[in-house]
Write a protein that binds this ligand. Structure first.
Ligand SMILES: Nc1ncnc2c1ncn2[C@@H]1O[C@H](COP(=O)(O)OP(=O)(O)OP(=O)(O)O)[C@@H](O)[C@H]1O
Length: 239
């Protein structure tokens, strides 16, 4: 099912945590079609937990998550991925002994909704040129930045409606961070993107809208231009 005017992603009143410890205290997040939205906030604010809860890796205790008009809260991660969510977790979850090609083939065969494999591969390699010619390389022998590109390429091979990325610049050499962000800029507009990132400058450069999270809640929301002027954001991040 697809909704016409509504948001691509609408998470509302999300509460979740680990065991009995509550981490998210009712998080509301929206991503519109074609919009790139960032989430920033201090360590432990709940940014990763927010993405995990939307992806179904952490089960929501309450609240709702709508993806392209369908309720997905409470569904297992595989089902949510099938419905159009591409998720690149902070741990990347790659298989070191498998090649780039094997990663892409596996994800395409499980999740693709019909696009021919060869054209899907061309589409992702166009975004990340450094991966060209690396199809038969085992991913465990690649650098951290190349592995990050593989993780993103794998999430994109099924042409998701929404791409969620958790700190794609962490542990990545600056030159490769540029490659990754060039890829995201090229993708912008063609799908919804929800980006958690420690590097606030990077987020402000690329995002249409940014949420600031603290202690399990969204405490501010605005365009980068608005947030750059915000006293709290300036003090915390842009000093
Ligand atoms: N697997 C887990 N089991 C128990 N507690 C966890 C787990 N993962 C995270 N937490 C706790 O949940 C809280 C929020 O963590 P989360 O990783 O979502 O924050 P974050 O904003 O992404 O921070 P960071 O930037 O440090 O990754 C923290 O107090 C953390 O200790």
């Amino acid at each position: 099912m697809s909704s016409s005017g509504g948001a691509l992603l609408a998470a509302s009143g999300l509460v979740s945590g680990y065991y009995k410890i509550k981490v998210l205290n009712g998080v509301d997040i929206e991503v519109r079609r074609g919009e790139l939205v960032g989430i920033i906030g201090p360590n432990g604010a709940g940014k990763t937990t927010t993405l995990r809860t939307i992806a179904g890796v952490v089960r929501p205790w309450s609240g709702s998550v709508s993806l392209d008009g369908s309720q997905v809260a409470g569904l297992p991660p595989y089902r949510i991925a099938k419905m159009g969510l591409g998720y690149v977790p902070d741990s990347r979850e790659l298989f070191p002994s498998l090649t780039l090609e094997e990663h892409l083939k596996l994800a395409h065969s499980r999740l693709s909704s019909g696009e021919d494999y060869r054209s899907a591969v061309e589409r992702v390699l166009d975004l990340f040129p450094p991966l060209r010619g690396r199809m038969s390389q085992r991913v465990g022998t690649m650098s951290g930045g190349e592995q990050q590109m593989v993780a993103i390429a794998r999430a994109l091979i099924s042409n998701p409606k929404l791409l969620m990325l958790d700190e794609p610049s962490t542990g990545v050499a600056p030159r490769i961070v540029d490659n990754i962000y060039d890829g995201l800029k090229a993708l912008k507009g063609s799908m919804g993107i929800l980006l958690v990132e420690q590097n606030v400058q990077l987020v402000f450069e690329v995002a249409d809208r940014v949420y600031l999270m603290d202690r399990g809640s969204i405490v501010k929301e605005g365009t980068p231009e608005e947030l750059v002027k915000d006293e709290l954001v300036r003090k915390t991040y842009l000093a």
